[in-house]
Ligand binder design. Structure first.
Ligand code: AMP
Ligand code: MG
Length: 413
């Protein structure tokens, strides 16, 4: 059990969380499913790229030596003995004094050693007049010049974006071994909660946290699913969590972790002994639960107030998901911005304020605060696009001061 006398710092809690999060076993995925993930194998080229000598231009395959004396005024005339299109399966060889019309990407006929682009010719069909000499190998893409057979193409740890997926496809790899998206299960707790779509009666609240946290988890790179609501009932909570253990790499609950009666998550999971509830020197988000269930499945128990829940996610869960993905950069990037308003912050507590960040006309960023101190304010949360981070030792932000801002940019995965 946590020692309530001393608050744990955000950094201490984060290191504890990160040391409690391992990795997910690599799996093989098809290329588009692997987008955004990290490669978990070294990939070599089984064959060269390009696979065969081919033309870089639309033009005529020729022997360079035949064009040696060509000038615009006194072109060299060659007999055109055929066409080679991209995809041509068989091509005859080509003797001296001859040319073949050739398209970009088509194989170079044997006997030819250069391609003269169309624009230096009269584009003739039976005979072609060539207006300048062409150098040996001109406009020919050599087999293997991009990557040779056996050469390393991409190493384990490479991030798979469009460029890397193109190379893998070109090398004949339709599946690759990657670090998969962690499967994250999101569960809301609270006897007041109802599903969206129903009309709340007096005292009922529509569950919004599970949408917010599942969306945040997805945005962080996870394969996130919400499994709905559990009332403030020990047995039901434990049953539902148990039923998800085989399907989850990470479990997230919201609600029920403060000091109140009926704080079911804290009560039920404290008894198991593998989940620790503590207080972190941050605002919002002071009560936190973290630990493991089943076969070392990490579980985050976030506070129920929506703003506290999101801030806790950003502080602890997002870095953990990034770690599971194998990413090196676990934290969001921050920027410095000029505060357009002042604020106060308790000493010894890291405060996360919702903000509206914008680029100033003259360069740099400005940030205004969105919403007051209440952690229940969803409308102002929806207007915010960043968190302003006021460090532990600072008690006041004055107008015009530089502050650290964490833009909540959407990754679009
Ligand atoms: P708790 O942490 O369970 O004490 O909840 C704190 C506050 O957050 C209460 O006002 C709850 O009604 C509210 N709350 C808890 N869970 C949710 C949720 N899933 N969606 C919206 N509000 C919630
Ligand atoms: Mg509750």
């Amino acid at each position: 059990m946590a020692d309530d006398a001393r608050l744990r710092t955000v950094d201490e809690h984060l290191s504890l969380v990160l040391s409690g999060v391992g990795s997910v076993d690599p799996i093989e995925l098809t290329l588009l499913d692997a987008q955004g993930l990290l490669l978990a194998e070294d990939v070599r080229a089984d064959f060269p790229l390009p696979g065969f000598d081919n033309s870089a231009m639309d033009g005529y395959a020729v022997r360079a030596i035949d064009t040696r004396d060509a000038t615009p005024d006194d072109p060299v005339n060659l007999q055109v003995v055929g066409d080679v299109a991209a995809g041509a399966k068989s091509i005859s060889g080509m003797g001296p004094g001859l040319a073949m019309r050739i398209m970009t990407g088509a194989p170079i006929p044997s006997g030819a050693d250069a391609v003269i682009p169309l624009e230096y010719t009269d584009r003739g069909l039976a005979r072609v007049a060539i207006h300048r000499p062409v150098r040996t190998a001109e406009c020919i893409r050599r087999a293997g010049e991009d990557i040779a057979a056996g050469e390393p193409a991409l190493g384990a740890g490479a991030a798979l974006g469009p460029q890397q997926l193109a190379l893998l496809a070109a090398l004949g790899r339709d599946r690759v071994v990657v670090r998969p998206r962690p499967r994250v299960i999101v569960l809301s707790t609270g006897s007041e909660l109802i599903e969206v779509g129903r009309t709340p009666s007096f005292g009922e609240v529509i569950d919004s946290n599970s949408y917010m946290i599942a969306a945040a988890a997805k945005d962080a790179g996870a394969d996130a699913r919400r499994i709905g609501i559990v009332s403030d009932d020990h047995a039901q909570l434990l049953d539902v969590l148990e039923s998800q253990l085989l399907r989850a790499d990470v479990l997230i609950t919201t609600g029920g972790v403060s000091m109140g009666a009926y704080d079911v998550v804290k009560e039920a999971l404290s008894e198991i002994g593998t989940v620790e509830f503590c207080r972190v020197a941050m605002q919002p988000g002071k009560p936190q639960g973290f630990g493991h269930l089943g076969n070392k499945i990490p579980i985050f128990c976030l506070p129920g107030n929506p703003v506290s829940s999101l801030v806790s996610f950003e502080a602890f869960v997002r870095p953990a998901i990034r770690k599971l993905l194998g990413k090196r950069q676990l934290q969001r990037a921050t920027v410095q911005a000029v505060a357009l308003e002042g604020a106060r912050s308790p000493h010894g507590v890291r405060q996360y304020r919702r903000g509206v960040l914008h680029r100033e006309a003259g360069g740099g960023y400005g940030v205004a605060f969105a919403g007051g101190p209440g952690s229940h304010l969803l409308a102002s949360l929806a207007l915010s696009n960043c968190l302003v981070v006021i460090p532990e030792e600072e008690t006041e932000v004055v107008i015009g001061q530089n502050v650290t801002v964490m833009p909540l940019l959407l990754s679009n995965r």
